[in-house]
Design a protein around this ligand. Structure first.
Ligand SMILES: Nc1nc2c(ncn2[C@@H]2O[C@H](COP(=O)(O)OP(=O)(O)OP(=O)(O)O)[C@@H](O)[C@H]2O)c(=O)[nH]1
Ligand SMILES: [Mg+2]
Length: 243
């Protein structure tokens, strides 16, 4: 795939951000985990990127809306299929300098509706020193721009949770490398490159924070959406003329 996400040069260049979902099953400690991954090819590709985040925000809200509809109509004991986005990985270009204005704007907008986790893409293009300096700079900028990302501290957090959140904040942004080829690990071909980049993110997503990402989505992001919708519904009813 080239940098415009096309398979061939004669395919049209996208005009907007697309939304593509794929489903993966991964096995973690013998437990099967179904992961739905939603990709946004074309994000940030345009000369004028104004509004390129709209389809992404809309998609996230649509999932909340679909869940709310099912919740309002479902019998209590029926399982509701959950398509809500539990974690949004925001890929940062490995410039080594600073966040771009679009990164600041979009991370702020996204953090109002979803758990946002910043990730430095193509981290193999930076030396270890550059990478650490870039991470420090990004952490500083996140504070400077008052971007409150996952994990959020709440009043009910116990000591253990506060410490866990603190440890994540000290690692963020994660650094990753992508791969289109397989390497042989213990005789089995595995997609990837031979280095440890990415293992911290994998651990975070599939082990240490899996449950908390799901709970935070339900208790903070979805709850905020839900109460707003229900309030609007109620006000709509009150405004209707009496029959
Ligand atoms: N060195 C290096 N190159 C990478 C890495 N990941 C992707 N690339 C290259 O960077 C280019 C763009 O990568 P993509 O993964 O298609 O980028 P994208 O942002 O998803 O692009 P769209 O899907 O079109 O929005 C390709 O040529 C990749 O081979 C990486 O971790 N390291
Ligand atoms: Mg892509």
């Amino acid at each position: 795939m080239d940098s415009k996400g096309r398979f061939a040069a004669d395919e049209p260049v996208r005009q907007t951000t697309e939304i593509q979902t794929v489903s993966h099953v991964i096995v973690e400690n013998g437990v099967k985990l179904r992961l739905n991954i939603v990709d946004t090819p074309g994000y940030g590709d345009q000369v004028n990127n104004e509004g390129c985040w709209d389809p992404i925000i809309k998609y996230i809200k649509d999932q909340h809306s679909a869940y709310l509809r099912k919740e309002l109509t479902a019998q209590r004991d029926r399982y509701i299929q959950d398509t809500r986005i539990h974690c949004c990985l925001y890929f940062i270009n490995p410039t080594g300098h600073s966040l771009r204005p679009i990164d600041v704007i979009v991370m702020k907008k996204l953090s109002e509706v979803v758990n946002v986790v910043p990730v430095i893409a193509k981290a193999d293009t930076l030396t270890i020193e550059e990478r650490e300096a870039f991470k420090d700079k990004i952490r500083e900028e996140l504070v400077y721009h008052n971007i409150r990302l996952y994990p959020f501290d709440t009043d009910e957090d116990d000591e253990e949770e506060v410490a866990l959140n603190e440890s994540i904040r000290s690692i963020i942004p994660f650094a990753v490398v992508g791969s289109e080829s397989n390497v042989i690990i213990s005789g089995t071909p595995v997609r990837g490159r031979k280095n440890r980049l990415g293992s911290e993110l994998r651990n975070f997503l599939t082990r240490t924070h899996l449950q908390d990402l799901i709970e935070t989505t339900a208790q903070i992001h979805y709850e905020a959406f839900r109460s707003k919708q229900l309030l609007a519904l109620k006000e709509g009813v009150n405004q209707r003329p009496a029959q």
